[in-house]
Design a protein around this ligand. Structure first.
Ligand SMILES: [Zn+2]
Length: 262
């Protein structure tokens, strides 16, 4: 199982990596066309693709990409990341991605070493392998190898995962409860997500086979981020496993990937 990421990370590790922003990258049209051919984007109509292109262009202008661990980010890589990132906000607008700037790209999974304060206020030293990282008000880190495995319709998308954390952080710490739209009922969201979370935790605890990556049981924040990956990449699977959560995500993202993929 992949150590997908974490979100409760001090900045000390990353501060040394930002030797000056590299500025924005341009959208590479050849890469764009190639990425649009991935299963993730099946079923989008012309108007949606145009809007996706606009959102990706906006993201490229807004974020500064930098490579770490010996990798250089070119326009094509930035374009692929922007394309994946644009999909969740296709119908809810770019605002949820504002307020921070840096996207750091590693060649592959990276080792995170730092400190983490638990719910009881106890600080733990942690050292583990990540494929992505999203910090409150701060940078995002992505493993390029994991970006390359995203979009295949197989339930894995590190970019959507990390950007889902950013949406979750719009109203404070990542806790699996992003700001909901008018008309959405917070109690219903909490009820449906809690029931699904408890169910998955129970299945993992009894070592049962789970269709959802057990990493989702790390916390409600991870549950929301992992299920967002499933929502876009394998919507049928999520809808069958947790239909109430699927419907909440339809309302939150204001799109229905399952409908467009059929
Ligand atoms: Zn995560």
């Amino acid at each position: 199982m992949r150590g997908r990421d974490a979100k409760h990370i001090p900045l000390a590790l990353l501060a040394s990596l930002f030797g000056g922003g590299k500025g924005s990258h341009a959208l590479d049209e050849a890469t764009w066309q190639a990425v649009m051919g991935l299963p993730l984007f099946d079923g989008l109509d012309a108007a949606e693709r145009k809007r996706l292109h606009e959102l990706a262009t906006q993201l490229l202008a807004d974020k500064a990409f930098s490579g770490a661990g010996g990798i250089e980010v070119d326009d094509g890589m930035a374009t692929a990341i922007a394309a994946f990132a644009a999909l969740p906000v296709l119908n809810i607008g770019y605002e949820g991605y504002e307020g921070w700037r840096e996207i750091v790209v590693y060649p592959g999974e990276f080792i995170y070493e730092g400190e983490h304060m638990d719910e009881d206020g106890i600080v733990h030293h942690v050292r583990d392998v990540r494929s992505g990282e999203a910090m409150q008000g701060g940078p995002m880190v992505l493993s390029w190898e994991d970006v390359e495995h995203s979009g295949q319709g197989e339930g894995f998308n590190v970019v959507i995962h990390e950007f889902a954390h950013k949406l979750d952080m719009m109203n404070g710490d990542a806790n699996g409860r992003p700001p909901l739209h008018t008309g959405m009922i917070p109690e219903d969201w909490a009820r449906d997500f809690q029931a699904a979370y408890d169910d998955l935790c129970r299945r993992v605890d009894i070592n049962g086979a789970t269709v959802i990556d057990p990493y989702a049981t790390e916390s409600p924040a991870e549950f929301f981020a992992v299920l967002s990956e499933y929502f876009f990449e394998v919507p049928d699977l999520l809808q069958q496993a947790y239909p109430a959560v699927y419907e909440q995500l339809v309302r939150f993202y204001r799109q229905n990937p399952r409908a467009r993929l059929h």
